[in-house]
Design a binder for this molecule. Structure first.
Ligand code: NAI
Ligand code: A1CAB
Length: 266
């Protein structure tokens, strides 16, 4: 089985890295095409994947085609692919926003599965989901699970939950990076070197995420908050300041803004 990536940016590079580092997907089964050839050449030399110069070459070589261009490029990519495609080819798209019905306009006879990974795929820690149409076979869905398991975890969701998954699971790493940097910056203000401050902040977030994951269904996150806040202590001052400054409301508004933009991409 051969795999062809159209668009070799941040996400495709991360997925190709995961596939090649697994023992499941040999590099000689992976093909790539990018608008500019520099990224294709780099991935070919780093991982030994095959570089394609045209959509014709990539479609001819692939059993599974992974669309990893920005949503605004999809229409032209699908128009170019449509006359070349074979019915048995599986299409996987990782683009935000575009529903399965969008792909059906261009490729009515092919199975298209939407996958939403996140950027933590670069370190094998993506939180991914997929939505498949009724026509998708168990084997096709299993292939999606196997492929994206090389870069982290993956669950199947109904398509109506795809957008909120994207916002809370795949846009949120950007917010978390901002939170980590804000903590580190505060550390710098009080004398920590930035590198040390970043290590402390990131490590603390990693441990906190582990605490939440291991207590789901047993303790509410606010039970954990209470365990940190000693009566009359230091942390409660920070917690109440965050509440005064609408910390939760700000996060909720950020998610709402992501959802609004996601809906506009359709
Ligand atoms: N960056 C992220 O955190 C995530 C992005 N996504 C989705 O993944 C997709 C790709 O995102 P990134 O990798 O971040 O973008 P990117 O901008 O890093 O990569 C896109 C690549 O596609 C290439 N390209 C553009 N038009 C092309 C064409 N006609 N033929 C071949 N290559 C073409 C560009 O040169 C670029 O290398 C987007 O649809 C995005 O919605 C999904 C999950 C997370
Ligand atoms: O910002 C975006 O459009 C993509 C979707 C999820 C993460 N990045």
């Amino acid at each position: 089985m051969n795999y062809g990536f159209i668009g070799l940016g941040n996400m495709a590079s991360a997925i190709i890295k995961g596939m090649c580092q697994s023992s499941v997907f040999p590099p000689d089964t992976i093909f790539g095409l990018n608008r500019s050839s520099d990224k294709t050449v780099k991935l070919a030399s780093t991982y030994g994947i095959s570089a394609c110069d045209t959509t014709e070459q990539l479609v001819a070589a692939s059993d599974v085609i992974i669309l990893a261009v920005k949503p605004n490029m999809l229409e032209s990519v699908l128009q170019t692919m449509a006359p070349l495609i074979r019915e048995q080819q599986l299409i996987i798209s990782i683009a935000a926003g575009k529903p399965l019905s969008f792909y059906a306009q261009f490729l009515p006879n092919n199975t298209v599965i939407r996958v939403m990974p996140n950027i933590n795929a670069m370190v094998g820690a993506s939180t991914s989901c997929f939505s498949a149409p009724a026509r998708a076979t168990d084997a096709q869905k299993q292939l999606v699970r196997t492929l994206f398991s090389t870069v982290g975890s993956i669950v199947e969701l109904p398509e109506e939950q795809f957008a909120i998954f994207t916002a809370t699971g795949c846009s949120s790493p950007a917010f978390t990076y901002m939170y980590i940097d804000a903590l580190a910056r505060a550390g710098v203000r009080d004398g920590l070197p930035k590198k040390v401050a970043l290590e402390i902040a990131a490590s603390s977030v990693l441990g906190s995420a582990k605490m939440v994951l291991e207590s789901i269904g047993e303790q509410h996150p606010y039970d954990l908050v209470d365990q940190v806040c000693s009566p009359g202590g230091t942390t409660i001052e920070g917690v109440m300041t965050l509440q005064d400054q609408h910390f939760e409301h700000t996060i909720h508004e950020a998610i709402r803004a992501v959802m609004k933009k996601d809906a506009a991409l359709k």
